[in-house]
Write a protein that binds this ligand. Sequence first.
Ligand code: ATR
Length: 271
Amino acid sequence: MSVNVRGKTKIVGIFGFPVGHTLSPRMHNAAFQALGLDMIYLPFEVRPEDLRDALQGIRSLNILGVNLTQPHKTNALEYLDELSEEAEHIGAVNTVVNREGTLIGYNTDATGFGQSLREDYGFDPRGKRVVVFGAGGAGRAICWALSQAGPQRLVIVNRTPEKAEALAREFGGCVTQWDDPEMGSELGEADLLINATSIALDLEADMISDTVLIYDIVYARGESSFIEQARGQGARIGKGLSMLLYQGVSAFELWTGEQAPVQVMREALGV
Ligand code: ATR
């Protein structure tokens, strides 16, 4: 890809720590180029203690907006001027837009996840049984998106049970512990199983049904032996890259006001 930065080139980017693994620059720069937009997407390694200054910098450097990734999604809330309704409900922001000096926080993870399920996997959570592992920023966005769809049962599992309980109260789910005897039946009956933790899922493949959709939202990690075994016994495996794509599509549209070239972005990610 050739880069042609001019005096008027608008800048967007991503704040993360670490940030080296991100595929977002590839996806967004391909989209800018395809639409002939004079914009560039850059990675910024921002330490947690520098987040406030970095967000102020968006204003002072007249950057058009940023994505936020780990560990900034929830910590950014207090430094932004306004939040979208979703970001406010979810309590996490992954996209910031600078509207003439006002920093507005959005959450496109939630809509991106829902769109990924629908568009790439033909899966509608309405009336389905869902188990979510993880109750951090990503887990919150996913549970909110699911609660909007109306699943029959939403079970949340997290290392720190208090966080799962808070989420379950807010979004109408229930909580199970990793070592709970009920866990086997919850897994066996689940139509959708989501890993929103920062570690690989390590379950027994014989605990799950053959028709379950297993969705690991972290695209950077390889398949665990559990996922390999589950695939071998017929389970469908959802790709985190698909969620990355759709959250990126919404962020692109917020920054540019243009319809995103979804196919170009998909090809840039190799989804
Ligand atoms: P993100 O924005 O990606 O959601 P996060 O808010 O830091 O990141 O959340 C990370 C999630 O992974 C949490 O659910 C966390 O569990 P806790 O709430 O108990 O911290 C989970 N997680 C991280 N490391 C883990 C580990 N070693 N074992 C189990 N769960 C872990």
